[in-house]
Design a protein around this ligand. Structure first.
Ligand code: HEM
Ligand SMILES: *[C@@H]1O[C@H](CO)[C@@H](O)[C@H](O)[C@H]1NC(C)=O
Ligand SMILES: *[C@@H]1O[C@H](CO)[C@@H](O)[C@H](O)[C@H]1NC(C)=O
Ligand SMILES: *[C@@H]1O[C@H](CO)[C@@H](O)[C@H](O)[C@H]1NC(C)=O
Ligand SMILES: *[C@@H]1O[C@H](CO)[C@@H](O)[C@H](O)[C@H]1NC(C)=O
Ligand SMILES: *[C@@H]1O[C@H](CO)[C@@H](O)[C@H](O)[C@H]1NC(C)=O
Ligand SMILES: *[C@@H]1O[C@H](CO)[C@@H](O)[C@H](O)[C@H]1NC(C)=O
Ligand SMILES: *[C@@H]1O[C@H](CO)[C@@H](O)[C@H](O)[C@H]1NC(C)=O
Ligand SMILES: *[C@@H]1O[C@H](CO)[C@@H](O)[C@H](O)[C@H]1NC(C)=O
Ligand SMILES: *[C@@H]1O[C@H](CO)[C@@H](O)[C@H](O)[C@H]1NC(C)=O
Ligand SMILES: *[C@@H]1O[C@H](CO)[C@@H](O)[C@H](O)[C@H]1NC(C)=O
Ligand SMILES: *[C@@H]1O[C@H](CO)[C@@H](O)[C@H](O)[C@H]1NC(C)=O
Length: 328
């Protein structure tokens, strides 16, 4: 009986401890319009500067959306993707999957503008999340997903961690699913967020093995649409071409829409990881669901909100960088 009561006390203690922990996390979580009081114009400034850059360079929405993804998958969304290498360390930027990351100048410009208005207030991590949303949203003339704010900036950026955490385009479904699960994202999030490949480009070296040497016998990936493969081969002439790039959504490459899924169904997904989404019955079913545009936009809002909250630093953790490419 004594044992029983002790056990009850223990369980009660654990439950209470858990609730306190939950409460603590809640108090420190992201919120809508975090800068309402500290920098009321923050979000408008981000939007304005982003618009100005995108108006001059249509490739930027894809760059900024991918930057947000790469930031969140390495040490959480803490702006670590923006840091330059130091004497001691090789930064995430220098890692192989950084390949062709871009838009850093946009972030620097936004930051400079914000520092003029409200010095030391708005984090670089929040700027990345907002700029991704704002750049993609321009074609809709309204924000197409909500971005909560209150992230703080990390102080560490390591190329080795980018290599370990950013999924390679050669992963199979199991490995891809595990990579997302490690970030608290499920198969639905995986399929829905892959829809980001409705804009932007891929360089030949990320997929040309599917065209020229899939199993090491000079063969082609049988899961790739052969008509499409023939057309890709006219652009990517050999296995070593690292400079040519092609749109991932050949139908509407600049438009953020759900066409990615129609492309997948036609076996025209560019990377092995895109094609792999059709190999598992659950993810294949979710892919078909996303053929409904309304469903895609609804689901994308949910999944990118989850992605934007991965491992965030809040409260007193981290810092607010003065310059996004270096720690204070
Ligand atoms: C599912 C795992 C993913 C893999 C393996 C993957 C891989 C890649 C690769 C290899 C490229 C081409 C880079 C280049 O050659 O220039 C790319 C581009 C891109 N990715 Fe992903 N990605 C994944 C998920 C995501 C997610 C979750 C997002 C955002 C929510 C995203 C957004 C983008 C965008 C927008 C581009 C185009 C970038 C540009 O035009 O420069 N990707 N991705
Ligand atoms: C943002 O741009 C709009 C439209 O050009 C302008 O009216 C507004 O004053 C700008 N806001 C800030 C904070 O710069
Ligand atoms: C970080 O690197 C970029 C590109 O090399 C450079 O333009 C920028 O000035 C660097 N930032 C700092 C703080 O040195
Ligand atoms: C270099 O590493 C040392 C020891 O790990 C650390 O104290 C120092 O701050 C680092 N310097 C830079 C510029 O990162
Ligand atoms: C990406 O890393 C390579 C080295 O692996 C480096 O030459 C290149 O400048 C980096 N790209 C960016 C945008 O930092
Ligand atoms: C557009 O932005 C990308 C990414 O920063 C950059 O590589 C490219 O040179 C820019 N193009 C123009 C015309 O400025
Ligand atoms: C975009 O929205 C603003 C305000 O909601 C409106 O004034 C403007 O005319 C719209 N522009 C377009 C191209 O629809
Ligand atoms: C998927 O990739 C992992 C890691 O490379 C490997 O261990 C596994 O056997 C692969 N699974 C299938 C079904 O090919
Ligand atoms: C194709 O892959 C095989 C096995 O990895 C390799 O021996 C061969 O050299 C590759 N062919 C080309 C053209 O790279
Ligand atoms: C591969 O293709 C690229 C781009 O077309 C070309 O510059 C390069 O010389 C080719 N390399 C070989 C080994 O054929
Ligand atoms: C291959 O792509 C073409 C469009 O380019 C499409 O008409 C055809 O149905 C696709 N084939 C398969 C097997 O999906
Ligand atoms: C599909 O993926 C889910 C989630 O990883 C897994 O539970 C299920 O066994 C997979 N189904 C098949 C047929 O491989």
């Amino acid at each position: 009986m004594v044992m029983r009561s002790d056990q009850h006390t223990l369980i009660l203690g654990l439950v209470l401890g858990f609730l306190v922990l939950l409460g603590g996390c809640h108090g420190k979580s992201l919120k809508k319009n975090f800068y309402r009081k500290s920098c009321p114009q923050a979000e408008e400034i981000v939007r304005n500067v982003t618009r100005r850059h995108v108006a001059a360079n249509f490739t930027l929405p894809a760059k900024l959306l991918r930057m947000h993804f790469h930031d969140c998958f390495v040490r959480g969304c803490d702006g670590s993707v923006l840091l330059n290498s130091t004497k001691n360390t090789t930064a995430e930027k220098e890692a192989i999957p950084n390949l062709t990351l871009g838009g850093f100048d946009v972030i620097d410009d936004i930051k400079a503008e914000l520092e003029k208005k409200c010095p030391g207030v708005v984090s670089c991590a929040d700027i990345v999340a907002l700029a991704a949303r704002d750049s993609v949203s321009i074609q809709f003339n309204r924000s197409i997903w909500e971005v909560q704010t209150g992230r703080r900036d990390g102080t560490v950026s390591l190329a080795s961690e980018a290599l370990a955490n950013i999924p390679s385009p050669f992963l199979n479904f199991t490995a891809l699913q595990r990579n997302f699960a490690n970030k608290g994202l499920n198969v639905r999030d995986l399929v829905v967020l892959s829809g980001a490949h409705t804009i932007g480009v891929g360089h030949c070296n990320a997929f040309s093995v599917r065209l020229y040497n899939f199993t090491g016998k000079g063969d082609q990936d049988p899961s790739l649409n052969s008509t499409y493969a023939a057309s890709l081969k006219t652009q990517c002439r050999n296995l070593t071409d690292k400079t040519t790039f092609v749109p991932m959504d050949p139908i509407t490459p600049l438009r953020f829409d759900n066409r990615y899924y129609a492309v997948l169904e036609q076996r025209r997904g560019l990377f092995e990881t895109d094609a792999e989404l059709l190999t598992n019955s659950t993810s294949a079913r979710i892919t078909r669901e996303m053929l409904s545009s309304h469903k895609f936009f609804t689901e994308f809002r949910k999944s990118i909100k989850k992605m934007g909250a991965i491992g965030v630093l809040t409260g007193k953790s981290g810092e607010i960088r003065k310059v996004c490419s270096k720690i204070n």
